[in-house]
Design a protein around this ligand. Structure first.
Ligand code: PEP
Ligand code: MN
Length: 263
């Protein structure tokens, strides 16, 4: 993970030629959870038209309450694979345990390990044995050294295709769900050769705060963003309040062009 081991930036290469890191900036977007084929295709078409290069959507959801929507599981993964094949966007989705990782590895282009599992060492080892890139989210109370060591578990098993993600840490107050730690981004880029992207959606918890946090993350040098978008957020089965409407997402993509001229 450390720059002492490797001086140049690691670049993760996805199918369809999408690159992340080393100056290659990527936006991943889509719903928190895959809810139906129609929902996934509607949102995928919208985010692709706005310029997203990767489609996100959870099929296995790590919900705080066991009574909340838990995802479509393998049926959701099949929908994601159809999105990739028909719309042409690589897909990222979360694995929450060994069982789901076996499935996610078969269907997805990037395996997401969520904040709640950042120190699930047996899952990290299993992700390290996968032959697909892994997006590792920072735990909500993890220091950066703990974050680096979690990534080290994946690399130590032989998988060097790791993307880090700052998604906000526990803060005080209720104005935002979490506190986006913008300082983490330049710090990680100094200490590590791995790409780091930001997730303003889970940091914000409400859509009003997502575009400004996204712009902030771009301004401090993030290698990309992962953003929740839903065409009907009031009826979303998870994280509706923080999901951008497709038009808001398109406007944010235009703002990002301004912040990264010529890119
Ligand atoms: C998600 O991406 O939908 C998610 C659950 O994120 P986190 O692990 O950051 O809470
Ligand atoms: Mn979510």
């Amino acid at each position: 993970v450390s720059r002492e081991m490797k001086r140049e930036n690691s670049i993760i290469v996805l199918p369809q030629g999408v690159k992340i890191g080393g100056g290659h900036f990527v936006v991943m977007a889509g719903p928190c959870a895959v809810e139906s084929e129609l929902q996934a295709f509607t949102i995928a078409r919208a985010v692709k038209a706005a310029g997203a290069q990767v489609f996100r959507g959870g099929a296995f959801k790590p919900r705080t309450s066991p009574y909340s929507y838990q995802g479509l599981e393998e049926e959701g993964l099949k929908i994601l694979a159809r999105v990739r094949d028909e719309i042409g966007l690589p897909v990222i989705t979360e694995a929450i345990d060994h069982y789901s990782l076996d499935l996610v590895e078969q269907y997805a282009d990037i395996i997401q390990i969520g904040a709640r599992n950042m120190q699930n060492f047996s899952l990290l080892r299993r992700a390290g044995q996968a032959r697909k890139p892994v997006l590792l989210k920072r735990g909500m109370s993890a220091t950066l050294d703990e974050f680096f060591m979690a990534a080290e578990y994946i690399l130590a098993e032989g998988n060097t295709q790791v993307i880090l993600c700052e998604r906000g840490i526990r803060g005080i107050g209720a104005h935002a769900r979490n506190t986006l730690d913008l300082a983490a981004i330049p710090y990680v880029k100094k200490e590590s050769h791995l790409p780091i992207i930001a997730d303003p959606s889970h940091a914000a918890g409400r859509r009003l705060l997502v575009p400004p946090l996204a712009r902030g993350a771009v301004a401090v040098g993030a290698d990309g963003l992962i953003i929740e978008v839903h065409h009907d957020p009031t009826h979303a089965l998870s994280d509706g309040p923080q999901s951008l409407y497709p038009e808001q997402f398109a406007a944010l993509m235009r703002d990002i062009q301004t912040l990264r001229p010529g890119q």
